[in-house]
Design a protein around this ligand. Structure first.
Ligand code: PMP
Length: 406
């Protein structure tokens, strides 16, 4: 094997294989019930609609556009469609406020790249989306707690960031049905983050990957909408909204978007030009056609299916979890977050769960920048249906019962 050690950049040292991806490789055995992957159910993909869309694109003059190089900002009709949709969410804006990205994951990478100098501080929820840590890590930040923050003041956070050799640059959060906890930040919590960002002069990265998947309760306006309500226009706002079609239409097509103040979008366009020129035009065109023909109906279908699975999982947890175990009750998204008594450890529980009970979940530690949270587990209900949810949770209950036995 070649030894790259001396020629790798320092940042490469912080890039490691995601525990979840490594784990998913082990789960091909057919008799395992997996609550591990947070992926959409492929049965819900609007495959027939995409078939029609791709067929129609290739049947007319659009074929040439679809196959040619294009602009880095993204396919204009899709950006216009998104601007109208953002307006309906309380974010009046134009296509100059939208950049199409290859999934929201690419947007997180670009935002890390554009904001972080090594030793700067990224404020994140604790726990947070593992893929965001993966994207930001390449830019060598220090992490600090955005939420929960305890009684630390803005000045405490700024002072710690200075001491680490940089400054706090952004707050990253997923306010609706977060990955991994499933929790939603209420309106007052969102306003408090916006105030902290004003005080510390931070960007706010609003990861809206699951926002469309609300099953009950009333929608809370996006952080970007709340900031516009305070400041009058998107052009005065520090919130950068990252949206995605992955959880509603298809993750495989890799189409997401950033909605933000136009000068930041222009800077991100330059990054995109340098990184990959533009996202696949064909996929953007197909997503535009399918979205225009019936996005709301597709979302309603996905919501109904996932709502039933969430209900089933919560009812099964009620039946099968031993005393001392607690869990979140998400109003949307794909995840339930389980806390088990200390000193039980998620990784050890998983090993036992897979080998003895044929059930899988994700140990929670990987979602904490400081590798705490050993006594937490993430369960996803999105890709398992019917009886398998009940049986899988019964098995998780059996794993925990055994581990708790004196
Ligand atoms: N943000 C969150 C919170 C996610 O869970 C995911 C996908 N797991 C993403 C962003 C990235 O999704 P995509 O790149 O497919 O839009």
């Amino acid at each position: 094997m070649m030894d790259w050690q001396d020629i790798l950049a320092r940042r490469a040292g912080r890039m490691k294989a995601s525990e979840i991806r490594e784990l998913l490789k082990l789960l091909d055995q057919p008799d395992i019930i997996s609550f591990a992957g947070g992926i959409p159910d492929p049965a819900l993909f609007p495959a027939a609609d995409f078939k029609t869309a791709f067929h129609d694109i290739f049947s007319g003059a659009e074929a040439a556009t679809a196959l040619q190089y294009s602009v880095s900002e993204g396919y204009l009709p899709l950006r216009r469609w998104l601007a109208a949709r953002m307006a309906a969410l309380g974010v009046p804006c134009g296509p100059e406020n939208i950049l199409i990205s290859s999934g929201s994951q690419q947007a997180l990478d670009y935002l890390g790249k554009i904001f972080l100098t090594p030793a700067d501080t990224a404020l994140v929820t604790w726990p947070t989306y593992l893929g965001a840590l993966g994207a930001f890590n390449a830019y060598e930040p220090r992490y600090d707690r955005l939420l929960p923050r305890g009684n630390r003041t803005a000045e405490d956070i700024a002072a710690a960031a200075r001491e680490a050799g940089g400054r706090a640059k952004f707050a990253y959060l997923s306010p609706d049905f977060a990955n991994p906890t499933g929790e939603t930040l209420d309106r007052a919590g969102r306003e408090a983050v916006l105030e902290l960002a004003d005080t510390l002069d931070l960007a706010v990265i609003e990861d809206a990957a699951y926002q469309d998947l609300r099953y009950d309760g009333e929608a809370i306006p996006p952080m970007l909408a709340l900031e516009i309500a305070r400041k009058g226009s998107i052009e005065a706002c520090r919130t950068v909204y990252c949206g995605s079609f992955s959880k509603t239409l298809s993750p495989g097509l890799r189409v997401g978007w950033v909605c933000a103040e136009s000068s930041l979008i222009s800077r991100l366009v330059l990054l995109k030009q340098a990184a990959d020129l533009h996202s696949a035009t064909l996929n953007q065109m197909a997503v535009h056609r399918v979205a225009e023909a019936g996005f709301d109906a597709q979302v309603a279908r996905a919501r109904a299916a996932y709502r039933a699975r969430r209900d089933r999982m919560l009812a099964a947890l009620e039946r099968h979890m031993p005393a001392g175990v607690s869990w979140t009750e998400p109003e949307g998204g794909m995840f339930v977050w389980v806390t088990v008594p200390e000193p039980l450890d998620g990784a050890a529980l998983l090993a036992r769960a897979v080998s003895h009970h044929k059930v899988a979940f994700v140990p929670g530690r990987a979602f904490f920048p400081d590798a705490t949270g050993g006594n937490t587990l993430r369960l996803s209900f999105s890709a398992t249906d019917g009886e398998a949810i009940e049986e899988g949770i019964r098995r998780v209950g059996a794993v925990l019962q055994e581990a708790l036995q004196p």
